[in-house]
Design a protein around this ligand. Structure first.
Ligand code: P6P
Length: 339
């Protein structure tokens, strides 16, 4: 059986009723090609001298890993000349990256986390690249792009995806017509479709949360997790399993493939304080999860409805199984009502 490749899939999406715009197709092909190069660099490990940290910190105040910077540069270099983007933004850069004047400007904006979960690199655990695509406001055509042009809600995304660099290298993608998985065939160098219609299984009993943060959970989150840990003897009447890989891409991919819930909730001690970034982590993952039939909330409202106020804005994340996400939100509301 001849499997579909990413190139053929995108051309057919462009040709069919979905009418994928040619510039968006080119953008996705370009990002996918850059992810192949990133995958190659990640897989070299110590042999490629890509492990370890730099003496620098990123805008988040996090120590930068060598691969954070390598992957960021690869994505900028691959995308700046193609004429499909007006500007880019990255977890690794404080401000936006306008397309240099020597290149044509396109109609899309792209945000990315070049290496998500980079603390896992030095211990050979899965990491990934996350990207989110927005349309540039039409006004951008006549002026320089500004940070404000990026500050659109997740509902305005026109495409999102991630590459995961694990035992296999996978590309998981949506352009608004479902979720598709491609596996990198390293011998040929092409992305081969391995799941034409990813649908997140519902009703699975597995939660992902960093339990060491328990001291900062809200009463609603505390109650939800306590009941899952109690298992069949508790109110939820079922035993649950737990996973935490400290790599959002790996956790979300597991949930897309076998269900469950992923949580990195707001810090209850400091209202509004959270860890994950809205624009290039939570929004693209929420887009994929909703396209695959799941739910994605900040603990109170759908993530993709959260107003964007800054490139590096952080947000609570509760995503995956629809009933489980609804339970966390309901417990949060009940706890608030008691205050
Ligand atoms: P913690 C990786 O640094 C990341 O941004 C996500 O990929 C991951 O889900 C989370 O942080 C892990 O955070 O606090 O468990 O190390």
């Amino acid at each position: 059986m001849t499997r579909t490749t990413l190139t053929r899939f995108l051309i057919e999406q462009q040709r069919n009723a979905n009418a994928l715009p040619a510039e968006l197709r080119l953008l996705i092909e370009t990002v996918a090609r850059a992810c192949k190069t990133i995958s190659h660099a990640v897989s070299k490990g110590a042999l490629g001298e890509v492990l370890g940290s730099l003496d620098s910190e990123n805008v988040q105040g996090e120590v930068q890993k060598k691969l954070d910077v390598i992957a960021n540069e690869l994505l900028l270099d691959a995308n700046e000349w193609g004429g499909h983007l007006a500007a880019m933004a990255s977890e690794e850069m404080e401000t936006i990256y306008p397309i240099p004047n020597r290149y044509p400007k396109g109609e899309y904006l792209m945000l990315f986390d070049p290496i998500d979960g980079s603390s896992n690199i030095d211990v050979d655990l899965s990491v990934g690249t996350i990207f989110s695509v927005l349309k540039a406001p039409e006004a951008c055509a006549g002026r320089d792009v500004t940070e404000e042009d990026f500050l659109q809600t997740g509902r305005h995304q026109v495409a999102a995806g991630y590459a995961i660099y694990g035992p296999q290298t996978l590309l998981v993608l949506s352009v608004g017509t479902g979720v598709y998985e491609f596996t990198l065939d390293r011998e040929v160098g092409s992305w081969v479709m391995t799941d034409p219609d990813m649908k997140m299984p519902q009703g699975k009993c597995e939660f992902a949360i960093n339990m060491s943060n328990r001291r900062q959970w809200s009463p609603g989150v505390e109650r939800y997790i306590e009941e899952r840990v109690m298992g069949a003897k508790g109110p939820c009447g079922k035993d649950y399993n737990m996973r935490w890989t400290a790599s959002m891409v790996a956790d979300v991919h597991r949930i897309l493939k076998r269900g469950g819930i992923f949580m990195y909730p707001y810090d209850h001690r400091t209202p509004g304080k959270a860890k994950l970034r809205l624009m290039y982590e939570a929004n693209p993952m929420a887009y994929l999860i909703e396209q695959a039939g799941g739910a994605a909330s900040d603990g109170f409202m759908p993530i993709m409805d959260v107003a964007a106020q800054g490139l590096h804005q952080r947000v609570g994340v509760v995503l995956g199984d629809t009933a489980e996400v609804e339970a966390v939100v309901a417990y949060g509301r009940e706890a608030e009502a008691l205050v």
